[in-house]
Every structure is written in structure tokens, then in C-alpha cells.
Design a protein around this ligand. Structure first.
Ligand SMILES: [Zn+2]
Length: 338
């Protein structure tokens, strides 16, 4: 399937869980390599399991399939497959989440995960034309102490990690639970983002901003329920990394046509559009651009705005090299012809 030019516009992907890029074919290949038997007859049977009813039903399968990821080679293969696919979809820069605790809990060392992913990321710009950053996410349904231990264990690898995030089951696990961990991450010079307002109400977004001091809010979908929160996000130009296909697959939004993205853009919010867990949610970054363009009748200039926003919201401000990348990407967005 080839994507239309509008879907292939240069873009940054800022909300992407590398574990969520595990396609059934790769899952079976890695399972065979590692002598693991998956409880599905074949890739078709596994695809059928990808029909979720809510966030938790997705998370159950997501963690089950991670069992196939054991070695540095596995993590390298996973990241390389994503980057190749992302490049075809117009992604020029990717800030990639990973969930160390999902692996250390299975006996896979954090070093194995980081070294494996880093191998693919290190040659991504040359091989795929995609620059990258890595963001370490804490699982919010685990205790804060576990997050602190993870941050401690990550210290030898901080040269390869740009920031920290917070993901997994949101409701009942507010951002304030991670106040100390985020303060410690901040002291280490790490950038801060967090999932908030995906299933949780606007109070989760307020806490991410005021207690954790995040620079970007991942999802932030339910912010629209609180006009004061919208005003704050607009005033501070806090980027939101929206994931419309994920919202539909996890039933936060019934149909894509009902997605508040246009209203959020009209409200002046700095919106970006991302794929979240593309192997599970039915589309990569370009597919997502295509889908929102079709379903929400966003005209080409609004699509260009989304692409521009993605580079503005990216952590491409830490070095002269990154600033030059951003300038180049933004120029390409402006010059892009639909
Ligand atoms: Zn996410």
C-alpha cells in the first residue's frame, strides 16, 4: 500500500512505544528464535486478539507478547523494523518510548534493552533517514519505588536517554505518585513527559503539569473538558501528543469522525498526531495522518500545521546539530507539495 503525498509529509513521531511496534510476524519469528511457544496458532489468530475493549485488555496482550523479546538482537530487530516502516511513512525524527520495568520484571536486564535499541537507533539516520531520541517510561501501575529503582539502574545509560515518561494504566495512578522520581530525573538533566488525560479526567493533566513539571503531555485528550486547563496549555504552548487511532481502538472515542482534534486545534492547542502502538492500533504515523485527514476533513494546510507542530514539539533543541535538523525538517514541511 502506498501512501498519498499528504500522508507522507515530513513529520516527527513523539508518542510511540517501541514495544507497541511488535507485528505478529516479528513476534512469531522472535518466538521461534528464542524457543518460546506463543498461545496463538498463527499470525492470523494473533491479529484477531488485537480487538480490544479498553486500555486494560490491550495492556494484557501487550505484556504477554513481550515474552519474545529477550536479547539485544531482539530489541535491535524490533527498533530497526519500526524505523524502516516509519521512514516509509514520512517520519524524519522519532522520540521513542520504552518500558524497562516490563522487561526487568521478566529477568531481562535494562542494559540489554538499551544496548539493543541503541544499536538500531545509532545507525537510523544513515540507514533510514530518521533521527531519534530515546525516552524511558515508568509503568504508573507499579509502585513509585520501582520507578526510582529503574531510574537508578538507568544511570549508566543516560548518554542515550533524553527524558522520562509515564505510561500504562492511568486511572487510579495519578501523576502525583511519581513526584520524587520526576524531581530526581529533573536533577539528572532529563526531559519530562507523561501520559495524562487519556482515560483519566483533567485533574491528571493538571498534576502532570504542576506536580511533575512535564514539558509535553502525552494524549491530553480529556483536557477539553476543562476550559481553564485548555487556557493554561495554550498559554504555555504545551504540546499534546494525540493518538487518534489508539483512542478509537481502545474505545475512548467511538468513531474517528468524533475525535476532538479539529476543535483542539481551533482552541489554539499545540496538537501533534502520533501512532502510539501502531502494530496494535491499525496504523503507523503516515496512516494516522491519512485517517485523520479523511475522517475529520482537515484541509492540507491544517495537515501541514500538524507536521510543523511535531517538529516544534520535538526535543531538538539540545545541541547545534539538533537545531540544524529541526530547521531542515521545518523547511521541508513548508516546501512539501500535496
Ligand atoms: Zn502511549
Amino acid at each position: 500500500m502506498s501512501l498519498a503525498p499528504l500522508a507522507r509529509i515530513p513529520k516527527a513521531e513523539l508518542h510511540l512505544h517501541i514495544e507497541g511496534t511488535l507485528e505478529p510476524e516479528l513476534a512469531f519469528a522472535l518466538a521461534a528464535r528464542n524457543g518460546i511457544t506463543l498461545p496463538y496458532a498463527d499470525t492470523e489468530a494473533l491479529r484477531k486478539a488485537y480487538l480490544f475493549t479498553d486500555l486494560q485488555s490491550f495492556l494484557d496482550l501487550y505484556y504477554e507478547l513481550m515474552a519474545v523479546l529477550l536479547t539485544e538482537d531482539d530489541f535491535e530487530a524490533l527498533a530497526d523494523a519500526y524505523l524502516a516502516r516509519a521512514a516509509e511513512q514520512g517520519v524524519r525524527h522519532a522520540e521513542i518510548f520504552f518500558d524497562p520495568q516490563a522487561h526487568t520484571a521478566r529477568g531481562v536486564a535494562l542494559g540489554t534493552v538499551v544496548e539493543g535499541l541503541s544499536r538500531a537507533l545509532a545507525r537510523s539516520e544513515e540507514r533510514h533517514g530518521v533521527s531519534t531520541k530515546l525516552i524511558l517510561c515508568f509503568l504508573r501501575d507499579l509502585p513509585a519505588e520501582s520507578a526510582m529503582e529503574t531510574l537508578e539502574a538507568a544511570k549508566p545509560y543516560l548518554d542515550r536517554i533524553v527524558g522520562v515518561g509515564l505510561d500504562s494504566a492511568e486511572v487510579g495512578n495519578p501523576a502525583s505518585k511519581f513526584r520524587e522520581v520526576y524531581a530526581a530525573a529533573d536533577a539528572l538533566g532529563l526531559r519530562k513527559v507523561a501520559h495524562a488525560g487519556e482515560e483519566g479526567d483533567p485533574s491528571y493533566v493538571w498534576e502532570a503539569l504542576d506536580v511533575l513539571g512535564v514539558e509535553r503531555v502525552d494524549h491530553g485528550l480529556r483536557s477539553m473538558e476543562d476550559p481553564e486547563l485548555v487556557a493554561r496549555l495554550v498559554r504555555d504552548r504545551v504540546p499534546l501528543t494525540l493518538c487518534p487511532l489508539s483512542n478509537v481502538r481502545l474505545r475512548t472515542i467511538e468513531v474517528l469522525e468524533d475525535h476532538p482534534l479539529p476543535a483542539m486545534m481551533d482552541a489554539g492547542l499545540l496538537c501533534t498526531v502520533n501512532s502510539d502502538d501502531p502494530a496494535y492500533f491499525g496504523g503507523y504515523a503516515g496512516d494516522t495522518f491519512h485517517a485523520v485527514h479523511e475522517a475529520l476533513a482537515l484541509d492540507p494546510e491544517r495537515m501541514r500545521e500538524l507536521a510543523r507542530n511535531s517538529f516544534e514539539a520535538a526535543f531538538l533543541d539540545g545541541s547545534e546539530e539538533d537545531e540544524a535538523r529541526r530547521a531542515r525538517y521545518l523547511a521541508d514541511v513548508e516546501a512539501w507539495e500535496f
